[in-house]
Design a protein around this ligand. Structure first.
Ligand code: ATP
Length: 361
């Protein structure tokens, strides 16, 4: 195990004007699990491949355990990888698939047998060791790929969307298994996904990427609660964070939307923005349904009602702007009806409309 440090990594592919990865620096502490999260094409795989040594950076540095490995070939980096496609050898039995990396490293047979047995037990593959991959389910095949990656005592484990070929239920179960396994092993791990739920559930920290750049690196709770940018707020969470436009006046923010638009409390730190536009962010579940007479009640109109089982998701309009509200499962409303809402002060997040960056409070 070791610490992984990425310093100002840049990758510009030949013939491309914009970098696929643009000055990314992340440190993954010894034993830490960091998830790289972002939409398709944001550069996650390219970044991971540079760590693996499968792609040469245009500039920047990859340091594993204090050793600069930027220009070393993959086999000299002591890392193991699990990819999206079950990269298992179809003509080898499960035990030989799991032991493959060890055999390649010249590990003696009894040691290989011992480690294969250990990994098979951890990943519940003991009964399948003599089968061929074609005789396994998708989930079992992916477990073989994980088993093969963990037996080699690598310094760093790299995983690229390892759950994406599994169906929804299997994915959910395997996600929990993987979380338990990785925390028991304590291996330094860099994990790529475009699935925000997976990222929040697995990561000690989540590194959110967009267009080759890092937007925020923080704990799952922090990226959810205090997104550094509007992009992070809308990429993470289902539904995405709501964003409303407004103008700072004396101690209030008046929502944009005409003469009688409602206003909300503005924190003192916004006073330097008086007269200027700001963006207000709030999560759907933080919004309170209140009585018309309640102080601070804001009028909304219900547009869409979606019962989700555990809650009811309402799409509403406030001052001409859309606002998603999570109501209790028992809540009943019809489109077109009025509704009164409170946006609690402690849940309001503020963003600069020009940069879409959070305003430090
Ligand atoms: P996905 O989630 O879809 O796998 P990603 O975030 O992993 O996406 P990358 O595969 O790293 O994204 O790609 C980042 C950008 O670099 C994309 O615009 C992609 O088209 C481009 N790209 C990737 N590989 C190459 C290549 N070999 N040559 C040129 N451009 C490439």
């Amino acid at each position: 195990m070791a610490e992984l440090r990425l310093r100002d990594l840049v990758k510009v592919f030949p013939g491309q004007k914009t970098p696929a990865v643009d000055k990314v620096s992340v440190d993954v502490a010894d034993g830490e699990f960091v998830v790289l999260l972002g939409p398709s094409g944001c550069g996650k795989t390219t970044l991971l491949r540079m760590v693996a040594g499968l792609e040469m950076p245009t500039s920047g540095q990859v340091v594993i355990g204090g050793r600069d490995v930027t220009y070393l070939p993959p086999r000299e980096r002591n890392l193991s990888m699990v990819f999206q496609s079950y990269a298992v050898f179809p003509h080898r039995r499960v035990r030989d698939n799991i032991g493959f990396g060890l055999a390649m490293r010249g590990v003696p047979k009894p040691e290989i047998d011992r480690k294969v047995k250990w990994a098979a037990e951890l990943l519940q593959l003991t009964d399948y060791l003599d089968r061929f991959p074609a005789q396994l389910s998708g989930g079992q095949r992916q477990r073989v790929a994980v088993a093969r990656a963990i037996v080699v005592d690598a310094d760093v484990l790299l995983m690229d969307e390892p759950l994406s070929n599994l169906d929804a239920l299997l994915r959910l179960n395997f996600r929990a298994e993987l979380k338990k396994l990785v925390s028991e092993l304590g291996t330094t791990t860099l994990y790529v996904t475009h699935d925000q739920v997976e990222a929040l559930s697995l990561g000690d920290r989540v590194a959110v990427m967009r267009d080759g750049r890092l937007q925020q690196v923080a704990s799952p709770l922090e990226v959810y609660d205090n997104p550094a940018t509007e992009f992070v707020g809308s990429f993470i969470g289902n539904p995405p964070m709501n964003f409303l436009s407004g103008t700072v006046t004396d101690g209030r923010v008046v929502l944009s939307g005409g003469d009688h638009a409602p206003s909300v409390f503005a924190p003192a730190a916004l006073s330097s923005f008086t007269g200027r536009d700001v963006r207000l962010g709030i999560r759907a579940e933080a919004i309170q349904l209140v009585d018309e007479s309640s102080p601070g009640a804001i009028q909304a109109r219900v547009d869409v009602v979606e019962p989700l089982g555990s809650a009811v998701l309402l799409t509403t309009t406030v001052a001409g702007q859309q606002l998603k509200v999570q109501a209790p499962a028992t809540f009943r409303a019809k489109p077109g009806e009025p509704l009164w809402l409170e946006l609690p002060e402690q849940h309001l997040r503020w963003f600069d409309p020009e940069t879409a960056l959070t305003l430090e409070m």
